[in-house]
Write a protein that binds this ligand. Structure first.
Ligand code: FE2
Length: 175
């Protein structure tokens, strides 16, 4: 997948569900506890979210697929590549206005820029360096991805602990 992002023509969340997910995303616990300074987290998620995705999104979900909510608690995420995934399908919940930028490599120039619309699905390439700026303090999104254990990015955070917990129980982060 050479592209950086792509808008998908998939269903948006119904308004009441989107409102519930926004509330959840701004307050819910991390799937793996971390220090308060860690600005990125995968959160616990409601099982009803996975059910909705199964029923509405044209992906054949297996145990290796994660469906959860991610949150930035910062106003700027430096250029990085993701760990345990090369790409994801994301649906922004809160934090519209934030700008995502990509570079071909860390030393290079910015080659692509996008402001993701809320409650729309996008393919997001996270195997090449990307940053997120102009975040209004918090930014949350539903994220769907297939776990790739061998992918080691520039920022590990709690990814390997997530991987370990996932290998024992692929649905450990649902409440
Ligand atoms: Fe990322």
């Amino acid at each position: 997948m050479g592209k950086y992002y792509e808008k998908k023509n998939w269903p948006s969340f119904p308004d009441d569900m989107a409102a519930d997910l926004i509330e959840w995303s701004l307050s819910s616990e991390r799937a793996i506890p971390a220090s308060k300074k860690e600005p990125f987290s995968m959160l616990t998620a409601p099982w009803s979210l996975r059910q909705w995705v199964v029923e509405n999104i044209p992906i054949d979900l297996s145990d290796e697929w994660v469906v959860t909510i991610q949150r930035f608690d910062t106003d700027y995420a430096h250029f990085h590549t993701d760990t345990i995934r090369k790409w994801s399908y994301n649906c922004l919940l809160h934090g519209e206005g934030a700008v995502t930028r990509w570079k071909k490599d860390m030393e290079g120039d910015v080659v692509e820029t996008v402001k993701y619309d809320a409650n729309r699905w996008y393919f997001h390439n996270s195997a090449v360096p990307h940053s997120v700026s102009e975040i209004p303090k918090q930014r949350t999104a539903v994220t769907i991805y297939k776990i790739e254990p061998e992918v080691v990015g520039t920022h590990l955070a709690t990814a390997f602990k997530f991987l370990e917990a996932h290998s024992k129980d692929p649905y450990f982060y649902y409440v």
